[in-house]
Each structure stands twice: as C-alpha cells, then as structure tokens.
Ligand binder design. Sequence first.
Ligand SMILES: Cc1cc2nc3c(=O)[nH]c(=O)nc-3n(C[C@H](O)[C@H](O)[C@H](O)COP(=O)(O)OP(=O)(O)OC[C@H]3O[C@@H](n4cnc5c(N)ncnc54)[C@H](O)[C@@H]3O)c2cc1C
Length: 389
Amino acid sequence: MQKQYDYIIAGAGCAGMSLLMRMVADPFFASKKILVVDADTKQQNDRTWCFWETQPDLFESIVHHKWNKLDFYSDHYSSELSINPYTYKMIRGIDFYNYVKNNASSSPNVEWRKASIKKLVDTTFEFVGTNEIAGIELADGEIIYADYVFCSILFEPIKTAAHEYHFLQHFKGWEIKTAIDCFDSSKAIFMDFRVSQKHGTTFMYVLPTSANTALIEYTLFTEELLEDDSYNVALRKYISEQLQIIDYEVLHEEKGVIPMTTKKFPYAKGGNIYIGIAGGQAKASSGYAFKYIQKRTAALIDAIKNGKNLSYGKKLKDSKGHLYDAVLLNVLHNRKMPGDKIFAAIFKGNKASNVLAFLDNESSLLIDLKIMNSVPTRIFLPAALEELM
Ligand SMILES: Cc1cc2nc3c(=O)[nH]c(=O)nc-3n(C[C@H](O)[C@H](O)[C@H](O)COP(=O)(O)OP(=O)(O)OC[C@H]3O[C@@H](n4cnc5c(N)ncnc54)[C@H](O)[C@@H]3O)c2cc1C
C-alpha cells in the first residue's frame, strides 16, 4: 500500500474543521498533503455553538455575539452569575464552516472530497518503512491511505456497557424576532429551570443578540427523546408566559441531540486518531463540546509538530472530570436528586467562574472539593463510591 496524503481529515464538522483551521494557520503544515472528506458540503446554518473562554482563540473574528453577564433561574435559587474572567460567546455554524473553507481555499496543499466514508481501514499492524499508515474506505470501495486519519465520524450508534450511562442532551431552539424591543443584549440566560421537570432535567436558555432578536432553546438531559411537537409547545409556553412576549416571528430553528455518556471512546487506533464527539469530546455532564474540541485539536497540532505520540494526550484532569460526570449521571439515572436542584445547589454554593472552570475540567482540587461540598454528601458520596468501584 502507498500513502497518498500526509493527513486525511475524515468528517469536516466542528472537530475536522477546527483541526484543519489550525493546520492552515501554521506554516509547519504548508508542505503536508491534506485531504478533507465529508459527505456534506456544510452550507447550512445547522447549529450554534456557545462556550466560555478567558482569552480569544482561533475563531474570535467570527464570534457572532458575546456576553459578560449571565443569569441563572430555578425554583430553588436564582441569581446573576459572576463569570469574570470568562466571556460567554456564540458562533453560528454557517459562519464557522465558511470561515474555515475560505481560509483553506488559499492553501494548495488542502484537497476536498465530497464523499461518504464507509469505514476506517484497520491498519494497526501495517507499516510503510518505519511509519504506521492509516486509511479510509469510501462508500464506492475506494481506499485512500495517509500517515494519519483524523476521524470525527460515528460510524454506528453509541453502545454502552452495563456500568456506563448514556443520557441525551436534546433540544430545539428558535431564533425569534420580536415586534417591540424586549431584550437586553448584554445579558443572556444561561439556564432557566422554571419549566416543567416531568421528563427529567429540563431548562431553557435565552441568548439575545439584539434588543429584538434572541435564540431560545428548550433543552433536556434525559434518556429518551420527546415527540417533536412537545418542543414547540414548551417553547411557545415559555416565550409567552415566562418572557411575556406575544408578538414575534421565528426566523430560524435548530434541533439537536448530543450524547452525554460515560462510555470511554477510543483516542486512537494505529494511525487512526479520533476527534470530536467520536473521540469522546462531549462533556458527559453538560453536553458542551466546542471547547474540548478546541483543546484536543490544539494538543494534536502540538503533538504532530513535536513528534509526540498522537495516541496519548488524556490528562489527569480529564480522568478526574470523567469520574465527576459519572457521579452526576449516576445520581440522575437513579433519580436520587433532580437536576434542577443539583444545578441550583452548585450555583448557589460556588462562584460561577469556578463552576465554569469545573465544567471545563480545568478546576483545581480545592475548587472541586468546594463544589462537591455544595451538593448533599448523603446522595453524592455513595454515588461516587459506586463509580470508583
Ligand atoms: C444543534 C447543535 C447545537 C450544539 N450546540 C453546542 C454548543 O452550544 N456548545 C457546545 O460546546 N457544543 C454544542 N453542540 C455539540 C457539539 O459541539 C457539536 O455536535 C459539534 O458539531 C461536534 O463536532 P464533531 O466534529 O464531533 O461532529 P460534527 O460537527 O457533527 O461533524 C461530523 C462530520 O462528519 C460528517 N460525516 C458523518 N458521517 C459521515 C460519513 N459516513 N462519511 C463522510 N462524512 C460523514 C458530517 O457530515 C459532519 O460534517 C451542539 C450540537 C448540535 C447538534
């Protein structure tokens, strides 16, 4: 077998394009042959990413809106959250895809293929010279080889083992335009749990982008999806009853399902390196993935440039975060405490910026202990012991 490319990016969504952007922005990769393969041409505004950070990163120029103030609401505790030094940011999917495509278009070493990938070629024991080689097989049977394949494709539904949890973060969002000015665009609602909790952990978030436009999302952390119309009913009710908005139009709708699972995803197999959700980058207790994807792709670039082994990279902080996620999902799965009460207790007992660091797996042990101390020990300690065994 012959290598045709240095790198193949299999799946050009958030993770694939984040990695590509980092490659085209770095002269180290100018001489490398890169093939990007996706079944889709990414021309839809199919998702909106929100995340928090302290410093601008690679995508700062396409941040659509940002907020320094966030509100938290629940029946048990409500407050404005002090998130300094973080800023909460929003990037629209379509801006992200176009930005990366535009940047890559001036790199002659990047080739795009619109094709469906059937599977990765298992090349664990194949070598060219002293290097391992990796590959993809397209739906039409063509096989393409490279030194490394960076794959963000989930080829089959996620299957969990008996001791693993698999929740779904599912949501529908409406971008609305109101007839009169209703919003303060300097402030967003991070979580509003003042909605029915009958299906499980359920909240709304409200992201105003101007005085009369906002993205409002109805979000649930449960093990089953709802009937489509249930999301519409909940959004209508919240907008009219909680936000007291009567006259509005829906400009855009987005819907999604993000796995919240304690399943251990593979990091790498031979030269096939997993990134994005397929590489376990969605935080199991929150569904946030954008920042984890940025950290992982930046770490991969560093590893390639410095000749480090790409199969490794999981830090102690990630293993610690995995345990905390498992404990939370244990409590939710076994219905030991409802999610709205857990999040209310955590935000009530801690500085919001510490909670954000915790959700990023970036908090110190001292902060972790404070956060654990803010939820009932009689519920969380037995769950932690179960997860440790
Ligand atoms: C609507 C929505 C909103 C979200 N909002 C947030 C948010 O606010 N904050 C946050 O942190 N996370 C959010 N997420 C979670 C996460 O950030 C996204 O799901 C993110 O897109 C995951 O990146 P990825 O690269 O793993 O997957 P994707 O972005 O889905 O990329 C996978 C790519 O693989 C391609 N592909 C799939 N199968 C094949 C195949 N067989 N052959 C070829 N190509 C294939 C797809 O076309 C796609 O382009 C959201 C997710 C959704 C769905």
